[in-house]
Design a protein around this ligand. Sequence first.
Ligand SMILES: Cc1cc2nc3c(=O)[nH]c(=O)nc-3n(C[C@H](O)[C@H](O)[C@H](O)COP(=O)(O)O)c2cc1C
Length: 266
Amino acid sequence: MRLLHDPLPETAVADVSVTPALFDWEWPFFINAMTGGSQQTGRYNEQLATIAAHTGLAMATGSQAVALKEPDLASTFQVVRAADPDGFLISNLGANKTPAQAETAIKMLRANALEIHLNAVQELIMPEGDRDFHWLTNLQRIIAASPVPVIVKEVGFGMTKEALVKLRQAGAKYVDVGGKGGTNFAQIEGVRRQDDDYTALADFGQSTVESLLEAQDSGLTVLATGGVRTPLDVVKALRLGASAVGISGLVLHWLIQEGPAAAEAI
Ligand SMILES: Cc1cc2nc3c(=O)[nH]c(=O)nc-3n(C[C@H](O)[C@H](O)[C@H](O)COP(=O)(O)O)c2cc1C
């Protein structure tokens, strides 16, 4: 995707606002779901939340399913609220969890919103992953019962117009199209398990741009994640109708490679 440059803008920087019309967010991008559940990822969560607190960015944690199963691990998520007491924090769970489990996850973080991830491809390529993807009725129940706004998100394989219609009928108001182009779980599994070959899946799914095109006129508040690496990528996603843009892999990469202070400065 390339933006058309207008050589005659007839505007001024002072007239341009990047504040999104979404929740009470200050910035049109946020740190999207990644970590939690072990000592090391708990530390990353704390460092990411400190960056979020210093910059005013919203932040989602990784899936809290592990802490529902092993309550001792809740602290690896609670550190996020401790590091960012007044920030906009987003809980994260899969679509097969009960409304009561969703509420537990929200309370764990004192979260301002809840992400429910759709990750059928990721589950299928993991030998230990789920094999049943009847999610819609459960999603409807979670959305109806949730005390905070629910964002339904893909994790990197994108959305279709038809899925967005179904989500809207299920009561969803916020959808993160989570498209292909960035972190790719098929590739990650391929590297993790040398005995299986997932190269054929490397290009599977709808890109973030394609997903945003599918989401035109969806009647939903649309967010976009997947392959966002530059400020221009953010602007492109906004131009295609996203209210805000999530960044995951890149932030984690900076954090691990450059350290928290450098990651925050970038
Ligand atoms: C290490 C890692 C862990 C992730 N874990 C989760 C998760 O628990 N829940 C979720 O909804 N998405 C998860 N994601 C997906 C991201 O939220 C995001 O949708 C995806 O990485 C695409 O964005 P990116 O290209 O900026 O990385 C994870 C991504 C990474 C890199």
